[in-house]
Design a protein around this ligand. Structure first.
Ligand code: GLU
Length: 442
């Protein structure tokens, strides 16, 4: 049984970057008939906020990615402490005494000698250790890496090999007894039964150390998949724009959740960036093999265009309740008339008004409008009415092409452009059409 987790820190709003990680996790779980766990990484009490957690849950729900299970790291401290004692007893962790300033100095010295900033394990030296202990220093705790090669087959990156001799022994516990991200994450993955860890490639180096921690705890590591990060359309980092790229602000700008899900599921893959009409469709397409190794380019204009394309494909039933909630007296015929002209669903309001009115008609060619009024056939009308009627108007007035259609559009809608008139006409109906041709607001 596949079980994945999405593990945001509740220190800010969900944005397109972490939402993409959530989508990849959720689609894989859906495809495999597995479970999607939401893990709230709230061990940083100073920065974590309940309202961010609530916003994350709301935004995931809006995207359609409801979780099957939720876990809070803040509620699992006792479990971390007891597993940490196990590591300690087995000699996998050791106390380290250097202050932040001392570590910083070591890093600068290494840089000056063009060496990588790898922790030198000075705290393992019995003399130094005795001296620091005698000074009454409280240690933090580091995991002792094997300093050998760790390998795994990444479901996106393929075979990965990392020599942990190239890394510092990670600090698992601070001097104040609180845990950093690395260790709780591993214990959670073990105890929640996570089968696949899917996350951004900024975690690739963590993975080597985490695999060693899984093994130190006697657990089989899960499978890993690290997706490339997302960058802006011009290749720039997205970090500075993440505020405006929060799901909340995209929702406020009128984007459809499915447009965002489709976009984030497709960019950076070998699939065309096209809207899909359901998360099930997106899950059906999902395949790690289709996720490329290059960064995915996030382009707001492309997302907007995809949103419009989605609306153009959306069936009436999918939007009917929302149109009603917007105060629009909708029908399948109205949707059919207007959906090809929408950029966002909010545009439907103004387009529906073209039918119900009142609109201010613009009479560009009075003679033509009068002739057209005189030639209006009796109701009932359908989509063929427009064609027959305009042919008759053309025959009588000699107007053709733009000279025929443009004045009629201005009279009937007051607008230069808009939905197909053959679809609008039967909805507007004879009485309003007549009034508008006479220049009366209707
Ligand atoms: N809270 C971590 C992050 O957002 C989770 C990383 C992970 O998926 O293991 O980076």
């Amino acid at each position: 049984m596949v079980k994945v987790r999405f593990a945001p820190s509740p220190t800010g709003l969900l944005h397109v970057g972490n939402a993409r990680t959530a989508i990849v996790n959720a689609l894989f779980a859906k495809k495999m008939g597995g479970q999607f766990v939401l893990r709230i990484d709230d061990t940083d009490a100073a920065r974590s906020r309940k309202e961010y957690e609530e916003a994350i849950i709301r935004d995931l729900g809006w995207l359609g990615l409801a979780h099957d299970q939720i876990a809070h790291q803040s509620a699992r401290i006792a479990a971390y402490q007891s597993a940490f004692e196990t590591l300690k007893a087995a000699g996998h962790v050791y106390p380290a005494y250097e202050t932040e300033a001392e570590l910083d100095r070591k890093r600068k010295q290494a840089a000056a000698r063009r060496l990588p900033p790898i922790y030198d394990r000075a705290s393992l030296d019995p003399e130094k250790k005795a001296k620091w202990e005698a000074e009454g220093r409280t240690p933090h705790w580091r995991f002792r890496l094997s300093r050998s090669t760790v390998d795994w087959t990444d479901m996106i990156r393929g075979p990965v090999e990392i020599d942990t001799a190239t890394q510092s022994d990670p600090v698992l516990m601070r001097a104040d007894g609180t845990f950093l991200y690395t260790f709780p994450s591993v214990l959670d993955d073990i105890e929640l039964g996570i089968t696949h860890v899917i996350r951004g490639e900024d975690h690739v180096t963590n993975t080597a150390a985490q695999i060693e921690i899984f093994r130190a705890l006697g657990a089989q590591p899960p499978r890993f998949a690290h997706h490339p990060l997302m960058v802006g359309a011009g290749g720039e980092a997205l970090s500075k724009r993440l505020g405006s790229l929060s799901l909340a602000s995209l929702r406020d700008s009128g984007l459809e959740p499915l447009a965002i899900a489709s976009y984030l599921a497709k960019i950076g893959t070998s699939d065309p960036v096209e809207p899909r009409l359901s998360l099930d469709d997106l899950a059906g397409d999902f395949d790690f093999a289709r996720i490329g190794r290059a960064p995915a380019h996030f382009d707001s204009a492309e997302l907007m265009a995809l949103n419009a394309k989605l609306l153009h494909q959306m069936p009436y039933e999918a939007v009917a309740p929302r149109l009603a909630a917007m105060g629009i007296t909708a029908s399948p015929a109205l949707w059919d008339a207007i959906h090809a002209n929408l950029n966002t669903l909010a545009d439907a309001k103004a387009l529906a008004l073209l039918v119900t009115g009142p609109i201010a008609p613009v009479i560009e060619d009075a003679a033509l409008a009068a002739a057209a009024a005189g030639l209006l056939p009796p109701e009932p009308w359908d989509e063929a009415t427009w064609n027959g009627w305009t042919k008759a108007v053309s025959a009588q007035t000699g107007a053709k092409g733009r000279g025929l259609y443009h004045p009629l559009r201005l009279a009937l809608t007051g607008q230069e452009q808009g939905p197909e008139l053959k679809k609008l006409l039967p909805l507007i109906g004879r009485a309003r059409t007549l009034a508008r041709l006479e220049g009366k607001p209707a």
